[in-house]
Design a protein around this ligand. Structure first.
Ligand SMILES: [Zn+2]
Length: 449
């Protein structure tokens, strides 16, 4: 990057972005001009092939950056990621062994979350976590914290502004060391909604651990400040049996026949509600989600088979979601998902759907659902896309080696996601991360010796 002209920032390299689920645009040698004014959102003033943009703006080609890396490789620019479902307080346990959802929660996840009652621990973890997520190219998303207010405060201190966060609400069917009483839980959600406003996410953990009165109060508190709500729905069959067994003994729910109907009865469904997983839904549940305008965060690495380090819960039926017109985006769900990089999530989405021979599960679609659709789920228009007028939310990576460099986009994206031999290596892919035109992470390049 150089500032050849004072009135804009200039970036050069190959450009790729998913304009839709079925179309990605690819420019082998592109130029992006960005308005440097932070108050104006770091908007893209011009984007396209180098010659076209340079000619339009009267730029001297000799004064432009080369788009070449010091090691001889080329830069490749992509829109930055939005991760619509993850638990920042589970970062330490994301690679732990998983056998079943409920066992994993009780033996590994809940004890880790309990540590976040300690303000010093929460602060230390928050400082490193939010740095780490920017190094992976994720610039916004919807996030679950532990039940504790000190952990939520620490997260808000360190998270960039397009991360929306909520403390999980747990008032029953959970270990005593995490359980709150209903009155305290309601008071906390009301207080936090007031303190953090639209960035607060009312987050009943899920119906089995959160009393109906608490879910109802949380929904009202969220609606009062126009903030989002999030919870889990239909992740595993054992969980669904458990939930219905609990609710069929509760007054007002004796006749409840589906998991989604519970959320419907407490007033939680709606356009500002993002439901995680949604793997095992009955037709009437799909209809409830569609009619209410609810949205879905799908977490393929978390739902993947146990041998792929997931919880073995199943695979999201995105064709049905799309047939109902339900908006959905991809998400990492760490710690259920083992890795925080959205490249890992994209790759798992493509691989698992291809094994089922589902049509249309391309890297193009995976990119779209990890960037602009993630932002759209959060009501953030013109974000996570490399378009004129959009904010420059972008990541710079090295162009993978191969013979596809002239495009089209799909083989370039496939090569990018398939080049690692170990899934941990996705954590090294991003060289630089920009949010609204501002560089927020830059990888130190080790000199070749
Ligand atoms: Zn989750």
């Amino acid at each position: 990057m150089v500032s050849a002209e004072p009135e804009f920032l200039i970036f050069r390299g190959a450009l790729v972005q998913a304009a839709s689920d079925t179309r990605a645009d690819y420019t082998p040698d592109g130029l992006v001009l960005v308005d440097p004014g932070r108050d104006r959102g770091g908007r893209i003033l011009a984007i396209g092939p180098v010659e076209t943009v340079a000619a339009t703006y009267g730029l001297d080609p000799r004064a432009l950056p080369t788009g070449e890396r010091s090691n001889g490789g080329k830069d490749l620019w992509l829109p930055a990621f939005f991760d619509t479902h993850f638990h920042w307080v589970q970062d330490a346990v994301r690679e732990m062994p998983k056998y079943s959802l409920i066992e994993w929660l009780n033996t590994i996840t809940f004890p880790e979350e309990a540590k976040f009652a300690d303000a010093a621990y929460a602060e230390e973890r928050a400082a490193s976590f939010w740095k780490q997520i920017l190094s992976l190219g994720t610039v916004g998303g919807l996030c679950y914290s532990s039940p504790h207010e000190v952990a939520l405060e620490a997260a808000f201190r360190h998270a960039p502004r397009d991360f929306y966060i909520g403390n999980v609400l747990m008032t029953m069917e959970c270990p005593g060391y995490l359980q709150q009483n209903e009155a305290d839980s309601i008071a906390r959600v009301q207080r936090c909604a007031g303190r953090f406003g639209p960035r607060y996410v009312a987050s009943p953990r899920f119906a089995p651990t959160t009393a109906p009165a608490v879910m109802r109060a949380a929904a009202e508190a969220a609606q009062a400040v126009n903030s989002f709500q999030q919870t889990h729905l239909g992740e595993t069959l054992a969980e669904i049996d458990w939930v219905l067994g609990i609710y069929q003994t509760l007054p007002g729910f004796e006749d409840v026949s589906s998991y989604a109907e519970i959320y419907n009865r407490v007033g939680m469904l709606g356009e500002k509600t993002v439901l995680g997983h949604c793997l095992h839904l009955k037709p009437e549940e799909w209809e409830l989600l569609a009619d209410s305008g609810s949205r879905i965060a799908s977490c393929p690495t978390s739902n993947a088979p146990v041998e792929q380090m997931g919880l073995g819960s199943g695979l999201f039926d995105y064709p049905t979601a799309e047939a109902y017109g339900i908006p959905w985006a991809l998400a990492s769900d760490i710690g259920g998902g083992p890795y925080l990089s959205m490249f890992d999530v994209m790759h798992s989405f493509v691989e698992q759907n291809r094994e089922l021979s589902r049509q249309g599960a391309t890297y193009t679609k995976a990119l779209r659902r990890s960037t602009a659709m993630g932002a759209a789920l959060m009501d953030l228009p013109n974000r996570g896309m490399l378009d004129r007028g959009a904010s420059f939310d972008a990541i710079r990576v090295g162009m993978p080696e191969g013979t596809f460099q002239a495009g089209p986009a799909e083989p370039v994206l496939a090569a990018l996601c398939q080049q690692v031999s170990d899934r941990k290596d996705y954590e090294e892919l991003v060289l630089e991360t920009f949010i609204r035109g501002e560089s927020r992470f830059k990888r130190e390049v080790k000199p070749c010796v």
